[in-house]
Design a protein around this ligand. Structure first.
Ligand code: SAH
Ligand code: SF4
Ligand code: F3S
Length: 435
């Protein structure tokens, strides 16, 4: 029987969230509707992430749990980066999986569902650049803050990372497609667009670069804010830095992962930037946009990381004064060069370092948030808060702001930031002056 309802569960990065939204639109265009949960879905899509530990095992156990009491099960599609990494092997490891579809093959999903209904178990992990984007229907719904993937894949091959293998080579979507999608998102209610890519600042098309793209999008009426993530330090051009000083709609926030504060470790990671070049980029950025909130990613316990290396990581946290940062324990990924390096770090050492790093990051985050107390700013309302009358939105610096207001999602309101926590701010709505 043809499936009538579907549930898509996305894990991992924002690009998976974006793909999940687009797959939903694609299935919707086939006449299917979204189910509330996996229990009442005829088709379940697991849109998986392979970046860290036990991702594949977790996916298989999630799949296993879809067996229903009466012995039936929905159609099951394994999508995302685990699907790409496992390929046909996935069908052998779980007889419950009907479809295996990699991140660049989603345009074939409806056809693959039809094949699965006929009893086949199709696998597609091909990587035709761009094809999936052309197949997605036009955007008709958008969150106040909407994701727009402009670039996919990665050619950097950091020695710990699976992304170049699961997402394929770096490709940029064409200029016109992006501009058209941005217009459609704004028409559908988006006030903010977050441009996405594994190396988003490497975007380029027909001689134009990422800074050109941002400047063009900033001319769209009704679009109030532009953000982007994630960028690589090596692709932080002067043009992009200059745009931060000149384009008012470009928000003062930069997610620029450094991974380690030790040049020795950075070299072993094949990160193409050093501590010095990274800090110089941050300095240039602050000259262009003094209030920029800097965020980052860190890995602790990379093979061979010494206590001195780790200490250098703590130092760079203080030197940059991160407004926020994500930190992870190194996870050996099958097939990556770092997985076979000598001197893998014991788990207990990693646990200890992660704790110390996170404490240092929290201190920095707290002092950044405190520095904004008393500041008059604007908040883009995104959703209801936990209490009656409370709404949650984002400051320009991407802080989560709790505010009592009658304003609805999508509205941008004047707020004074009045209190700071480590992960959010409290704001007081300011009365608009009578017109
Ligand atoms: N393209 C982005 C990051 C993509 S992955 C960049 O280069 O910055 C997101 C984050 O996951 C990385 O920044 C890194 O901190 C973390 N990560 C990637 N592979 C990892 C691994 N094998 N173990 C632990 N963390 C990892
Ligand atoms: Fe992975 Fe490095 Fe590419 Fe980021 S730049 S996606 S960490 S290989
Ligand atoms: Fe995960 Fe793939 Fe994104 S591995 S982080 S879902 S690119």
């Amino acid at each position: 029987m043809n499936p009538k309802t579907f549930k898509i569960k996305s894990f991992g990065c924002q690009m998976n969230v974006y793909d999940g939204e687009r797959m939903a639109e694609l299935l919707g265009a086939q006449g299917m509707s979204a189910a509330a949960g996996t229990d009442d879905a005829d088709l379940v899509v697991f849109n998986t992430c392979h970046i860290r530990e036990k991702a594949a095992e977790k996916a298989y156990s999630d799949v296993g749990r879809l067996r229903r009491e009466d012995g039936s099960k929905p159609l099951i599609a394994l999508a995302g980066c685990v699907a790409q990494a496992e390929g046909a092997e996935a069908k052998r490891r779980s007889s419950m999986i009907d479809i295996v579809v990699g991140p660049q093959a989603y345009h074939r999903l409806p056809e693959m569902v039809a094949e699965a209904v006929r009893g086949a178990r199709p696998v597609d992990t091909d990587m035709p650049a761009i094809a999936k984007f052309d197949a997605f229907p036009e955007r008709r719904r958008a969150n106040p803050s909407a994701f727009l993937t402009v670039q996919e894949g990665c050619d950097k091959f950091c020695t710990y990372c699976v992304v170049p293998y699961t997402r394929g080579a770096e490709i940029s979507r064409p200029w016109n497609d992006i501009v058209a999608e941005a217009h459609a998102l704004v028409a559908a209610g988006a006030r903010e667009i977050v441009l996405l890519g594994q190396n988003v600042n490497a975007w380029t098309h027909d001689g134009r670069d990422f800074a050109d793209l941002i400047r063009a999008l900033a001319t769209i009426d009704g679009l109030a804010r532009i953000r982007y993530t994630t960028s690589h330090p090596a692709d932080m051009t002067d043009a992009l830095i200059a745009a931060h000083g000149e384009v008012e709609k470009l928000m003062p926030y930069l997610h620029l992962p450094v991974q380690s504060g030790s040049n020795r470790v950075l070299k072993a990671m094949n990160r193409s930037h050093s501590v010095e070049t990274y800090l110089a980029t941050i300095e240039k950025m602050r000259a262009a946009r003094p209030d920029i909130a800097v965020s980052g990613d860190f890995i602790v316990g990379f093979p061979g990381e010494t206590e001195a290396d780790f200490d250098a990581t703590l130092q760079i946290v203080d030197a940059v004064r991160y407004a926020s940062a994500y930190s992870f324990k190194y996870s050996a990924r099958p097939g990556t060069p770092a997985a076979s390096m000598e001197d893998q770090i014991p788990r207990t050492v990693m646990d200890d370092r992660l704790q110390r790093l996170q404490a240092r990051i929290t201190e920095n985050q707290m002092s950044f948030n405190r520095s904004k107390i008393g500041v008059d700013t604007q908040v883009l309302i995104e959703r209801k808060g936990r209490h009656e009358g409370q709404m949650i939105g984002r400051s320009p610096w991407l802080q989560s702001v709790h505010v009592e207001t009658a304003a609805q999602p999508g509205e941008i309101i004047d707020v004074t930031l009045v209190a700071a926590g480590p992960n959010s701010m409290t704001g007081a709505a300011r009365q608009k002056a009578a017109a």
